[in-house]
Design a protein around this ligand. Structure first.
Ligand code: ZN
Ligand code: ZN
Length: 230
């Protein structure tokens, strides 16, 4: 319920902002806005699945973006912010679900050579043909393999709650590990501007009454992304 397209009481279509950094503290200024103390407070009440909600901030949606696609603004914003920490070049995306596909689209757009990997047969794609400059971990597993795929000096971006990693490779190959979590309003604006341009996976759209069915489709990995409509 934190990826929300909504209509304001005066009829404007908007994407809601679910957490807000203060923008002024040391962590915000260092670019770690999602660790700002202010950021802990949810700014959509009672939440994104409510028929009526109060939001502290929102961003206008262009007419060309449909409601279902508009819910991608938030995850895409998280990916855009995270991608700023990924060096350009040959990049391996581990976990080719919805988020992995957003990463692949964003990285390709900026000119990277992108490889993908997923434990589930049928979800993978073109895997690596040699060492990569960077890897993006979008799944809880596969971190050690991702470290093993890196060139010496390469970077692993952790974008999911990850299992323990074997740090010996980090020491021997002088690797970098960075994390990124969530987004800022600035990245939401960038994401909204890209929503029509990027080739992104289609969602499964269901009415809110079919919530548990949608959840089951997602958990059983039969659907990449579920969007509920009121
Ligand atoms: Zn702050
Ligand atoms: Zn999200």
């Amino acid at each position: 319920g934190h990826e929300v397209a909504a209509e304001t009481t005066d009829g404007r279509r908007v994407a809601l902002i679910h957490h807000l950094p203060c923008g002024e503290c040391a962590r915000c200024l260092a670019g770690h806005e999602s660790t700002c103390d202010e950021f802990r407070r949810a700014t959509i009440t009672p939440g994104g699945f409510a028929e009526v909600a109060v939001a502290a901030d929102f961003i206008a949606l262009p007419d060309g973006v449909g409601d279902a696609r508009a819910t991608y603004a938030e995850p895409l914003a998280c990916v855009l912010r995270a991608a700023e920490r990924v060096p350009q070049g040959r990049v391996l995306v581990v976990g080719h679900g919805f988020i992995g596909r957003l990463f692949a689209a964003v990285l390709r757009r900026r000119g990277d050579e992108v490889f993908v990997r997923d434990t589930e047969p049928g979800r993978g794609g073109r895997d690596t043909d040699g060492p990569v400059d960077a890897a993006v971990l979008c799944a809880p597993a596969g971190g050690d393999d991702a470290l093993g795929a890196l060139q010496p000096g390469g970077t692993l971006l952790v974008f999911a709650p990850a299992a323990p990693l074997d740090l010996d490779a980090v020491y021997r190959n002088e690797l970098q590990i960075v994390g990124a979590r969530s987004a800022t309003p600035r990245h939401m604006e960038q994401a909204i501007a890209l929503l029509t341009e990027l080739k992104l996976p289609e969602p499964t759209v269901l009415p809110l009454e079919r919530f548990s069915e949608g959840l089951e489709l997602y958990r059983s990995r039969k659907a990449l992304k579920i969007v509920f409509t009121p």
